[in-house]
Design a protein around this ligand. Structure first.
Ligand SMILES: [Zn+2]
Ligand SMILES: [Zn+2]
Length: 167
């Protein structure tokens, strides 16, 4: 768990308290279908007592491991994702962006989990313009060129093409 003790924040000079946590990624129950979050999750930041609540700012370092959808390359990528959240014991109903808590701790384990999940891209690509594999010979087109003819034209498209060529 990643718990910030609020009496530590209140006693810190300027009421600014630096926190840092390391936890194995396994402890977060991240999804494992499309990608894996591996290694150690490193969290660091500053907690500030604002008088009405606690302002937490920080970053989450993690590693994403996946197989590229296009070239099937095995990729491990380092990520740093930031967070900026307000925690309070009580908040008016209109203030939707406040996280409520009670007691002398703010547990940011769920926050860290969500920061990582929300930051993950929909597609698994080694780079945005990955050229993938040649569908005929299987060569990795990021690394090499081949001479395969990969223009596969559907029969109906051929008819359409002929019609267009008449103009
Ligand atoms: Zn790729
Ligand atoms: Zn080829």
């Amino acid at each position: 768990m990643m718990k910030i003790k609020l009496s530590d924040v209140n006693n810190a000079s300027g009421r600014n308290y630096r926190f840092a946590f390391n936890l194995p990624a396994d402890e977060f129950n991240f999804p494992t279908d499309d990608y894996q979050i591996i290694g150690t999750i490193e969290v660091s930041g500053i907690a500030e007592n604002t008088g009405t609540g606690y302002h937490l700012q920080g970053s989450v370092k993690c590693q994403r491991h996946f197989i590229c959808d296009r070239c099937l390359g095995k990729i491990t990528e380092d990520q740093v994702n930031d967070f900026d959240e307000i925690y309070a014991v009580d908040a008016p109903e209109t203030q939707k962006d406040v996280n409520l808590f009670s007691g002398d701790f703010v547990d940011i384990t769920d926050l860290v989990h969500d920061v990582v999940i929300v930051a993950q891209p929909m597609a698994n690509l080694c780079k945005p313009d990955c050229r993938g594999l040649c569908p005929k010979c299987g060569i990795n087109l990021n690394e090499q060129q081949c001479d395969c003819d990969t223009t596969i034209i559907d029969a109906r498209l051929t008819v359409l093409k002929k019609l267009l060529e008449k103009d």
